[in-house]
Design a protein around this ligand. Structure first.
Ligand code: ATP
Ligand code: MG
Length: 556
């Protein structure tokens, strides 16, 4: 994958890695991306993927893909497959380094037994609620469990019986024996194993006890020889536990946990739990709904992996949480599509224009530029005829001062075609404009008048008969609050996040588009053929309008 490493901005994680390499503490950088397969990946995960795979690539190391699959109720193979697809789509490759935390269950069990033998873990019979009560608060120390001082033998026997399924869910847990008065609440005898009589998508009913995240994660990192274990800031408090567990049972050197600020984007949510609710309540059509911040949704919407990688690089890596403006993501996308996307003409809300002095039945093919930013893209021919469609918004019966487009008696340019002048307006009984009559000037072919007269607007258009019907889906933010997590999530939904236009027309050259093909529709924005698009029924998503609010903000 072509990625210019020379431009990668430095950040505090790079500094740590460079020091570790320079001092010889680390010989080869090994990172990992460790998703839990309980949902689809979102743009926040992309930040972590670009970071972990990017570091491995830049320092000639490796990056593992590891499924952190210790919560069987919430996990599913559908998610595993989608995650692999999305990571590959983003442009990264884990090679042979595909791992599952569940593959370590036998080893993790042995490490737990080892902890018990050292007198550093015990089987506790307090209920979940009691454990919470006993834990204390930030200002008060916790209280020791009455089961804390069981003998090693008793603990070994009880833990084995937990494993053998002899106890009910919730009746017993294995806890680390650390310090109930520790200022960091995470260190107050955290739970390491719990009973869950739930089959696992990989290990079946082999296990009825499952290790907790904190126990699993550090040991999985160590088993795989991860050198730098990069995670989001919420795990800062868990770092002492990460280190404590390794200290007790794993030979050195240990992986180093480093935290960075997670990505938050305005007008959307990033929690898989919340995204799942949107899917389950039918608020969106699925995980890949083009309004979703998931990689599957962004891909369907028309985002490119290049744009997302560029975005992840521009936002950088920091230690302070913030909300990134959605407009920056869109800006990166426009940057990319502006170079790549061929131009085409489409009319979203058609208004018919009959050019009365154009010969009936005649069709002529006019040359149109495919991409002004890419001379190699060449030109194509678009049919022009007596009846055409223009955009309804491009005509006004009674135009205000600053409206320069078509109006009665006014002349405008049709892109790649001729000047036309509106001679008549046909209204229905209610006074709505239903059709226009016009004349064209044959001398203006290609868009300029030999007598030097000017027009103030250029409109896009398609020939009426020689164009194709299409459905166009316009999207807006899913939420109408910058931070939708403020207040009730569902009250903050934008009721107008999807608008379907079923009578759009697109130029003939789009006859064979395939889902995923991207275009700039002249004057309208970037569009992408949707997965629902077929030869019989073309369907386009508006990926992003042309107006760049981010670029505008930067200029101010
Ligand atoms: P969510 O809150 O969406 O459920 P998660 O952290 O529980 O996310 P995981 O599957 O555990 O999801 O995440 C895999 C990796 O991606 C973790 O290393 C996590 O730190 C990282 N990650 C998740 N969300 C973000 C985000 N918004 N920004 C940056 N990294 C993220
Ligand atoms: Mg998680």
């Amino acid at each position: 994958m072509p990625m210019d490493t020379n431009t990668t901005p430095s950040n505090f994680i790079r500094s740590i890695i460079e020091e570790d390499l320079a001092s010889g503490k680390v010989k080869k950088v090994v990172t990992r991306f460790p998703p839990e397969p309980n949902g689809y990946l979102h743009i926040g995960h992309a930040k972590s993927i670009c970071l972990n795979f990017g570091l491995a690539k830049d320092y000639n190391g490796t990056c593992h893909l590891r499924f952190d699959d210790t919560n069987p109720e919430k996990e599913d193979v559908e998610y595993i497959e989608s995650i692999m697809e999305d990571v590959r789509w983003l442009g990264f490759d884990w090679g042979e380094h595909l791992y599952y935390a569940s593959d370590y269950f036998p080893q993790l069990y042995d490490f737990a037994v080892e902890l018990i033998k050292q007198g550093k873990a015990y089987v506790c019979e307090l209920s979940a609620e009691q454990i919470r009560e006993y834990r204390g608060t930030l200002t008060e120390p916790g209280k020791e469990s009455p089961y804390r001082n069981r003998s090693v033998e008793e603990n070994l026997e009880l833990f084995e019986r937990m494993k053998n399924g002899e106890f009910e869910e919730g009746s017993h847990v294995l806890r680390a024996k650390i310090d109930m008065a520790a200022p960091n609440v995470v260190m107050r005898d955290p739970v390491l194993y719990r009973i869950k009589k739930v089959p696992h998508h990989r290990t079946g009913d082999q296990w009825v006890i499952y290790p907790m995240y904190d126990f699993t994660h550090c040991l999985s990192d160590a088993i795989e020889g991860i050198t730098h274990s990069i995670c989001t800031l919420e795990f800062e408090n868990n770092r002492p536990l990460y280190e404590w567990i390794l200290e007790q049972v794993y030979p050195k050197p240990h992986p180093q946990q480093i935290e960075f600020a997670r990505l938050n984007l305005s007008y959307t949510v990033m929690s898989k739990r919340k995204l799942l609710q949107l899917v389950e309540k039918g608020i969106v059509r699925g995980w890949d709904d083009p309004r979703m911040p998931t990689l599957a949704g962004l891909r369907r919407r028309g985002y490119t992996p290049e744009a997302i990688r560029d975005f992840c690089e521009r936002i950088g890596v920091a230690k302070a949480n913030s909300i990134v403006d959605y407009a920056l993501l869109e800006h990166c996308l426009r940057d990319d599509l502006n170079q790549k996307a061929p131009r085409a003409m489409a009319v979203l809300r058609p208004l018919k224009v009959v050019i009365e002095n154009y010969p009936e039945g005649q069709v002529e093919y006019l040359e149109a530029v495919n991409n002004p930013n890419d001379p190699k893209a060449g030109t194509r021919l678009v049919p022009f005829a007596r009846e055409i469609f223009i955009e309804r918004d491009d005509f006004m019966l009674d135009p205000p001062k600053k409206f320069y487009r078509l109006a009665p008696g006014r002349e405008v340019r049709l892109r790649f075609a001729y000047f036309i002048k509106c001679t008549d307006v046909i209204l229905d009984e209610a006074g709505n404009v239903v059709e226009l009559r016009a004349v064209y000037d044959p001398e203006t072919k290609g868009g300029s008048a030999p007598d030097g007269r000017k027009v103030k607007a250029t409109l896009h258009w398609v020939a009426a008969e020689h164009s194709l019907p299409a459905e166009v889906r316009l999207y807006d933010h899913l939420f109408n609050k910058e931070d939708p997590n403020e207040g009730d999530l569902f009250e903050n939904l934008n009721p107008n996040s999807l608008e379907v236009l079923s009578d759009a027309r697109v130029e003939l050259s789009l006859k064979d588009v395939q889902p995923g093909d991207k275009f700039q529709f002249e004057r309208l924005g970037y569009f992408c053929a949707d997965l629902d698009s077929t030869a019989e029924r073309l369907v386009f998503n508006r990926t992003v309008p042309l107006k760049d609010t981010w670029a505008k903000l930067q200029k101010k």
